[in-house]
Design a protein around this ligand. Structure first.
Ligand SMILES: [Zn+2]
Ligand SMILES: [Zn+2]
Length: 123
């Protein structure tokens, strides 16, 4: 796909968040491929498959939701990101130091802002 594939392994050593500009360390417990900001959960479109850094898009990826994986085994959470630039949607494991408040706010977003009235007397 890409003709300027670069082998820059050190990109996982850290990055500056595209959204809130905080410095993010590449090392974190819970993941070897820290790819999103623990504060605002924004990511960046750098991978085609997790960890390969093969994408040429480099657009900011906004957190859009939570996916619960294997609920019968305790339900590991994954973050869904959508690329602001190209629209690609990716799932990423959450990291041990992600903001729990930001994760919960994301998970509760459809409940906090339902797309239909909850108190409709006709239902
Ligand atoms: Zn951030
Ligand atoms: Zn993209």
């Amino acid at each position: 796909m890409s003709n300027n594939r670069r082998q820059r392994r050190h990109e996982s050593d850290g990055f500056t968040c595209v959204n809130c500009r905080c410095q993010v360390s590449g090392e974190s417990w819970g993941t070897r491929h820290r790819n999103h900001c623990p504060v605002c959960l924004f990511s960046r479109h750098v991978d085609e498959t997790p960890g390969d850094r093969a994408s040429v898009c480099r657009g900011p990826m906004a957190p859009i939701g939570i996916e619960v994986r294997e609920p019968e085994k305790g339900g590991e959470w994954a973050l869904l990101h959508r690329c602001v630039r190209c629209g690609a949607i990716k799932a990423n494991r959450i990291a041990g130091d992600d903001s729990e408040r930001a994760l919960l706010a994301l998970a509760l977003r459809p409940l906090a802002r339902p797309a239909f009235p909850l108190d409709d007397p006709r239902t």
